[in-house]
Design a protein around this ligand. Structure first.
Ligand SMILES: CC(C)(COP(=O)(O)OP(=O)(O)OC[C@H]1O[C@@H](n2cnc3c(N)ncnc32)[C@H](O)[C@@H]1OP(=O)(O)O)[C@@H](O)C(=O)NCCC(=O)NCCS
Length: 186
């Protein structure tokens, strides 16, 4: 399939919608879930007040974009987007988290695919990358399934929940993505 015909915002399971104030209480709830937070590095615990302040500060930021991830019924299953959008080098860091009640349903994998598509098609990126803690096998499998590569393991790279931890850096480049037949199948 021609890359321009690939799905950006709407897949068979989930749709990416721009993050709005009405999504912030669910975002706060998910970030404060210890099992979701275990493999993230967000401010923790957070509050609705802090999330609203974060939203007001960032909603017009030129170097990031944030989505809520919804089912066809309008249930919010997660959140994702891009941080550190570098328009000169054309690279950005993808983030995602899915609510625990929706894990194992293929929502994460499809959302990864749509956000990756958005980065290459709409933002015109050349490199999409992400960081995954060493024990985050689900996130690892999700991106490998859609053709990303593990570039390497950064030892003792981040403090997460009071411990210094290593993390993998994973990525896909535009030419790999264009040539990637997996995108049409997943
Ligand atoms: C990582 C995350 C986004 C995955 O979302 P999900 O909707 O649960 O994942 P999916 O159902 O799409 O499964 C993705 C793949 O993970 C793999 N997987 C599922 N459960 C697994 C497990 N317990 N161990 C290892 N791999 C697993 C499978 O390969 C699966 O693909 P398959 O079923 O087609 O083989 C979600 O678990 C999450 O939000 N985790 C907390 C936040 C986080 O870690 N975000 C990523 C930060 S880098």
């Amino acid at each position: 399939m021609n890359i321009r015909e690939r799905q950006i915002l709407k897949g068979s399971r989930v749709t990416l919608v721009p993050l709005e104030k009405k999504h912030l209480s669910k975002r706060t709830e998910f970030i404060n879930d210890p099992e979701i937070q275990a493999t993230l590095n967000f401010d923790y615990p957070t509050s609705i007040a802090k999330t609203e302040a974060w939203f007001s500060k960032n909603v017009l930021a030129p170097n990031r974009i944030d989505f809520a991830i919804e089912t066809a019924d309008g249930d919010i299953v997660g959140f994702g987007g891009y941080l550190n959008i570098d328009k000169v080098v054309k690279k950005s860091e993808l983030y995602i988290f899915i609510g625990k009640a929706y894990w194992f349903g293929g929502y994460g994998r499809e959302a990864y695919k749509l956000i990756t598509n958005y980065g290459f098609i709409e933002l015109g990126l050349n490199r999409v990358y992400g960081y995954q803690l060493g024990n985050n096998h689900k996130a690892h499998n999700s991106v490998k399934k859609i053709g990303w590569s593990v570039e390497g393991f950064l030892r003792d790279d981040i403090t997460s929940h009071g411990e210094v931890k290593g993390r993998s850096i994973v990525s896909i480049l535009r030419n790999e993505w264009i040539a990637n037949p997996v995108y049409d199948e997943v």
